[in-house]
Design a protein around this ligand. Structure first.
Ligand code: ATP
Ligand code: MG
Ligand code: MG
Length: 355
């Protein structure tokens, strides 16, 4: 059988490896941690740091195709890997998505609409940008942010210094604060042939910058914004000659879909698809990067919900299992630190009852 290389060892890699195993593939995980969640379910594990070009080149030579579940791999190591194995999604997608400024510029060129934004690389530039965009606004580091980390809200000009200190002077973007009706994401999978499949768009609720839960289908009032966002997501995927899963996050507003950010990978807001769709995001990602036909993405019940188990939430796992309809996923992470994603629970709802 063929071996799939996955760079990154978190829960996304774990669920990718489980989907790959079902299709008869071996997975080889590359990650810096000692005992990462993905390695526990994969055939092979190499421990290595993400900026070790030689190690990534060797890793590439040992696998038949490579993918990633982690976005912050530098250009050099990434190309060392891509020299030795076909890498999907394409490098260009990762390079654009790992920098909030290039991501917003790219999506804008394709006709998408982000929040008003400005690049900021000094305290003076921040002040000028705030003058133009106005408060409230959010300052976000261009790179390395996730789960709301690397962000500072600026409610008024008096908070400028504190925000600049919060991002430690890192190259950043200032974004206007969007008063949204709801948030949703577009989950898309593109095959090498150019075939594109979409799932029902989940409506997402965040708490303290972290995804709390997703529901599918989204509120019917969001349909026009979702249709607009789907069209944009297709343009993004086609422009990058994309292969695999692509996720775009949006705000639904009175004037339609406002682009927030994209992830060139499987996404937390798509976890419901494991039980809730005919084919999950993880399986279709594996199928796409292996050149197999994609599976249908239809919802299998009228409604699905996915609740994240963050930090201490995971202690409720026994109670969750006392609901016979709950599909519990635990990621096998050791310590339940605050803000850490420890697992999730999916519920399928049909004709007014939980299945
Ligand atoms: P992820 O883990 O999704 O990658 P992240 O750290 O990249 O998160 P964002 O998606 O940029 O963070 O922001 C997290 C959440 O903060 C958003 O889902 C939204 O709820 C809120 N938020 C971010 N930017 C804005 C904005 N410009 N206006 C209003 N709310 C925002
Ligand atoms: Mg993000
Ligand atoms: Mg986000």
């Amino acid at each position: 059988g063929s071996t799939i290389g996955i760079v990154g060892g978190g829960q996304l890699g774990r669920m990718l490896a489980m989907a790959a195993a079902q299709l008869g593939y071996k997975c080889h995980i590359y990650a810096p941690d000692k005992d990462p969640p993905a390695a526990e379910v994969a055939a092979l594990f190499t421990r290595g740091v993400y900026n070790d070009e030689q190690a990534l080149a060797r890793f590439g030579a040992e696998v038949d195709v490579a993918t990633y579940e982690f976005e912050n791999i530098a250009a050099g190591p990434l190309s060392a890997l891509a020299d030795h194995a076909p890498l999907y999604p394409p490098r260009a997608a990762l390079e654009i998505a790992q920098d909030r400024l290039s991501e917003k510029d790219f999506v804008t060129r394709l006709g998408g609409r982000p929040a008003p934004y400005a690049a900021v690389s000094s305290r003076d530039e921040l002040e000028a940008a705030l003058g133009r965009i106005g408060a409230p606004a959010i300052l976000k580091t261009r790179r390395f942010g996730y789960d709301g980390k690397g962000q500072a809200r600026i409610m008024n000009a008096a908070e400028t210094d504190e925000a600049w200190a919060d991002v430690r002077g890192a190259p950043s973007v200032l974004e206007g604060f969007i008063r949204f009706d709801a948030e949703f994401s577009i989950l898309l999978c593109r095959a090498p042939s150019g075939e594109v499949l979409l799932w029902d768009a989940p409506e997402n609720v965040h708490s303290h910058g972290i995804l709390d839960h997703s529901s599918v289908p989204a509120d019917p009032a969001l349909r026009p914004a979702i249709a607009e966002a789907q069209a944009l997501a297709r343009k993004v995927a086609d422009a990058l000659d994309y292969v695999g899963m692509l996720t775009l996050e949006f705000f639904a507003t009175a004037d339609g879909a406002v682009f927030n950010e994209m992830a060139p990978r499987v996404h937390n807001s798509g976890h419901w698809s494991i039980e809730g769709a005919l084919t999950s995001q993880f399986e279709n990602h594996i199928r796409a990067i292996c050149g197999l036909p994609l599976g249908a993405t239809d919802l299998i019940v009228p409604e699905v919900t996915m609740q994240n188990l963050i930090g201490d939430d995971v202690e409720r796992w026994r109670d969750i299992l006392s609901d016979p309809a709950a599909h519990l996923h635990l990621y096998g992470k050791g310590e339940a630190r605050p803000g850490r994603k420890m697992g999730h629970v999916t519920r399928l709802i049909g004709r007014g009852e939980r299945l």
